[in-house]
Design a protein around this ligand. Sequence first.
Ligand code: F6R
Length: 258
Amino acid sequence: MKVLIFKTAQEAVDHSAAAVLEQIRERAETVLGLSTGGTMVPVYEKMRATAAGLSFNKVVTFNLDEYLGLCPGDPGSYHSYMRHHLFDHLDFNPHNLHLPSGTAACATQEAERYEMAIKAAGGLDLAILGLGENGHIGFNEPGVSLGSRTHVQALTDQTRAANARYFGTSEQVPRFAITMGVKTIFDARKLIVLATGAHKAAAVQAMRDGPVRTACPASALQAHSQVTLVLDEAAASLFEARAAYADIQGHKVASGHG
Ligand code: F6R
């Protein structure tokens, strides 16, 4: 796992946005895995601001998750989030943009359909992930199978509390979501995990330094050969190997086998 530690959250965001744009520059038909949440808002903002001259028309996207019970027009849905923060601002082809449906008649079938659609697209070239305070990626909550595929997931009270800011109260946050599984995410050819802020420090430590275990779903990524963990100083504050990092070009960098 490659780890990049930046002084500020903005630098970590800028690096992540540039890496996604670089991927699209290299391969116009890139298949992206996309996250939502607060961490990604400035990433999409930066992508919008620095995308001049780059076409997104052939890019294919698959979002990691969507709440169950919310239709695409619901302001709390991830469909709305993506339109608002990214899709409506660039020349994406709407036919290439995929999110799980939160209102399918059968959520389990919808999860299977979504998994097949990712496969039919040739798999994810690059997925950019946020990190839950409880170590979740997508909505894969602690206890999930590390071999899981896209599935219906019950959200923990902690996750519902963390996302209450988008709904008013935690009680208003949907109880279930459809999420790509840990293995679905793991199968991406490249992964960026972005975590900023001191409230993510414990999850970063568990993900990078802890044992691989279902209690921290993100720890499964330790076995991935092409994952970059992008952090600011605050998120890296509990990271054990931090002090051993060499300072390279203004940010600290360490590389495992990735
Ligand atoms: C949502 C997703 C989640 C978030 C995570 C962090 O699509 O994939 O795993 O990335 O909950 O959320 P924030 O950035 O709001 O702290």
